[in-house]
Design a protein around this ligand. Structure first.
Ligand code: CP3
Length: 363
């Protein structure tokens, strides 16, 4: 039997239930800004050396929790493990981003694409189970995957991109090929997330990091439609516990209502939206996650705290006058920068907990 949760504030906020303070975790909270991560990475030899070894993945997942009073852990892995298991040949060169040896560019490559054998991703599920045991109920563990569209960006471009020329060429010239990639990705991601849930993930998050580069109609047809296809296949609960689903589309604020109606329980927002206005738009039908600009963390601690308070004030007290409750999970609007000073992260977590408790006392 897994240990009962000692801090369930993150899950409660996802379900729009009252909490004593606003829970906080940070996208990319385990990573290069932590010197202890750099040491683990040097021992393991590479990023994939860390991710494919459940002992290392556990060690690195727990590192930010040892320093900061974060309210959730996120599995240490990467969104690109799924296309890697499809045989595309992932590598991370030092100082560069990810690269695929076999990008999916022509009709033959698209036809050959298949959802991976989940046994190739066994290391991820083993890591989830081991992290749960090590957390021992301290905070919940979030599992994750890339959205079908964001994965397709890397699979077609073969690497990160500034203009998304390859994938957009396919989108406009051969939409049938892109639809086939997205259908394979959606079914692969759903099976992958269900296996993470079976292994012990207590919430799941879809990273649609590049959905925001799409045109308005294309976003619905090529990103959101396949996010829905993933969510529709996910198991809703495990071991008697409901599993919240978070959908984060960077640059997706203009489609907030549509994303909120996709089957997501929580919608992640970047820093370009006003959280209070976003809350009014969804009328607390979903919880919201976000949305501090990660670059705020380069200002002095007092300025970090002031910006964090402004985000909390914008959302307002979760409990409403009419008795209903909203949900806010504090986060950055995108991943934390590798150059972030760790003391500023400590100031952020402290400010979010203190100020959000005060807001509730006043409200
Ligand atoms: O949030 C966490 O702490 C969990 C771990 C996690 C990683 N990647 C570890 C990682 C998560 C959730 C991701 C998601 C991810 N990966 C996304 C979606 C979120 C986002 O940032 O938009 C994307 C687009 C990727 C793809 C990816 N992986 C890139 C572009 C890079 C290289 C550049 C960069 O930003 O680091 C990676 C490598 C990667 N994934 C690192 C980490 C800690 C750095 C690897 C290293 O040690 O060199």
């Amino acid at each position: 039997m897994p240990a009962p949760l000692q801090n369930d504030s993150f899950l409660r906020a996802c379900w729009r239930q009252p909490t004593e303070h606003t829970p906080i975790w940070l996208m990319r909270q385990a990573g290069r800004y932590l010197p202890e991560y750099q040491r683990s990475r040097a021992k393991a030899g590479s990023f994939m050396g860390l991710a494919t070894n459940p002992d290392y993945a556990t060690e690195v997942t727990l590192q930010p929790l040892a320093r900061f009073a974060l309210d959730a852990a996120i599995l240490f892995s990467d969104i690109l493990t799924v296309p890697d298991a499809m045989g595309l040949g992932l590598s991370f060169e030092a100082g560069e981003g990810p690269r695929f040896a076999h990008p999916v560019r022509d009709e033959a490559a698209v036809k050959a694409l298949q959802a991976p054998d989940l046994n190739k991703l066994r290391y991820v599920f083993d890591a989830v189970a081991q992290i749960r045991r090590s957390l021992n109920g301290r905070v919940p563990l979030i599992g994750f995957a890339g959205s079908p569209f964001t994965l397709a960006c890397y699979m077609v471009e073969g690497a990160g991109s500034d203009d998304y020329r390859q994938i957009k060429s396919m989108l406009y010239a051969r939409p049938d090929l892109l639809h086939r990639i997205l259908a394979v990705n959606a079914d692969a991601v759903a099976a992958y997330l269900n296996a993470q849930i079976e292994a012990g993930a207590q919430a799941v998050m879809l990273f649609d990091s590049w959905g925001g580069v799409l045109g308005h109609r294309a976003f619905e047809a090529f990103s959101l439609a396949y996010t829905r296809r993933v969510l529709a296949q996910l198991q809703r609960e495990h071991a008697g516990q409901a599993i919240p689903r978070i959908v984060f589309t960077k640059g997706g604020g203009q489609w907030l209502e549509q994303i909120a109606a996709s089957g997501a329980d929580v919608v992640g927002l970047d820093w370009t939206c006003d959280l209070g206005k976003a809350r009014l738009r969804v009328d607390d039908r979903v919880a919201l996650q976000g949305n501090l600009d990660p670059m705020v963390l380069f200002a002095p601690p007092e300025a970090v705290a002031a910006e964090a308070r402004a985000v909390l004030d914008s959302f307002g007290p979760p409990q409403r006058a009419d008795g209903r409750c909203g949900g806010h999970v504090f986060n950055l609007g995108h991943g934390i920068s590798q150059h972030t000073p760790t003391e500023h992260v400590a100031a952020l977590v402290e400010a979010v907990h203190t100020h959000s408790a005060k807001l509730r006392a006043q409200g």
